[in-house]
Design a protein around this ligand. Sequence first.
Ligand code: ATP
Length: 444
Amino acid sequence: MEKLVSLAKRRGFVFQSSEIYGGLGSVWDYGPLGVELKKNIKERWWRSMVHEREDIEGLDAAILMHPKVWEASGHVAGFTDPLVDCKHCKNRFRADDPRIKGTPGQPDAQCPACGTKGTLTAPRQFNLMFKTFMGPVEEQAAVIYMRPETAQGIYVNYLNVLQSSRQKIPFGIAQIGKAFRNEITPGNFIFRTREFEQMEMQFFVKPGSEGEWFEFWRAERLKWLQGLGIRAEKMRWHQHEPGELAHYAKDAYDIEYEFPFGWHEFEGIHNRTDFDLKNHQQASGKKLDYLDAATNERFIPYVVETSAGADRTALVVLCDAYREENVEGEGEGGGEQRVVLKLKPSLAPLKAAVFPLVNKDGMPEVARRIYDDLRRRYNVFYDDGGSIGRRYRRQDEAGTPFGITIDGQTTQDQTVTVRDRDTLKQVRVASSGLVEYLKEQLAT
Ligand code: ATP
């Protein structure tokens, strides 16, 4: 994992937040390549969820919401983690922190930070929502929350979307946006952060049909993830035990990935029943039921939710793509070890890099022309620094699928070499056909 974190920094994927001040705990910034990778993942999700489906609408609700939303949703009372404190060193831990030896609250428990025995308190519930104040006065009545999930923005807009889009049940609402949780055992890079992005879709169905839709969405989501190029054997399902279920859920499956630090969830499919809409109807006094015109029945829809973290999905994609390999006979650098991100080309931040073999004999001019032409369509990179082997290695680490080299032959017959990141094979392509060539390669 340290290797991936250091590559992420070196190549400009992810930096620690406020690094020059020593960093801010579990908050990360996306650099030039990271922002592209995450954007590609989000766009792919949006395309498959919203554009390719007639029965799902998009939404972008505000982060700040009426505080009553979080009371009705159960988050004020129930969005908690059990935590224990060390009375000696004042550190705080999740009660299920595997580093804790013994039973917190008992004399045998040992603090994982200072090692003292018997100083850990019994677990206490700690709310994960960030609070702030709205308006000029910092008082209890002005408290509002930074949303801990995007889903509630969908529920409170459910009627607005239904009426304005003229959808009929079953239909869904999808949203991508920031969420905030005051996580106490953060860590593992961008796996668990205090500010993150969710890609959530709430699918509203007739009560009684939620089981079928639950299975439908489980299959769809797995298919989508496989489409990102994630190795199938690195993913598995985990069904929540009754004691594990979130306060709103009746059934839940996580999709887990085998990270370098073990199997962990990165997406969840949840049967949230009518829990949220019923509570909002009761708390707001606004009717949220649905009239089925065909049968004249009124009901509060059930909800099947697919909830993914954009950052965690990006981490999965990065972990899955990271390889260390020996390269045999590739000009300079042959026989060396290389680090390569085998990202699916359509997800890669940079689609191609353009290299003049040497900085003379008209090559830079031709290379610049090709670069200018390509970058009107794709995010591409120009590099004329260092040996060609070194330039390849840098792009391997960035996950750039194609290296386009302009050499002596180019000036004679207008062809260039295109080197494939994964196979290292080189083919000659007419420079006028490069856009078409890339288009084909990036189609999936
Ligand atoms: P965990 O058990 O890891 O805390 P959760 O079960 O609380 O996660 P959900 O509330 O189901 O997670 O959130 C859905 C998705 O949002 C998760 O699968 C994950 O991808 C993402 N997510 C949740 N919390 C975080 C976080 N602190 N940092 C990054 N991503 C997160």
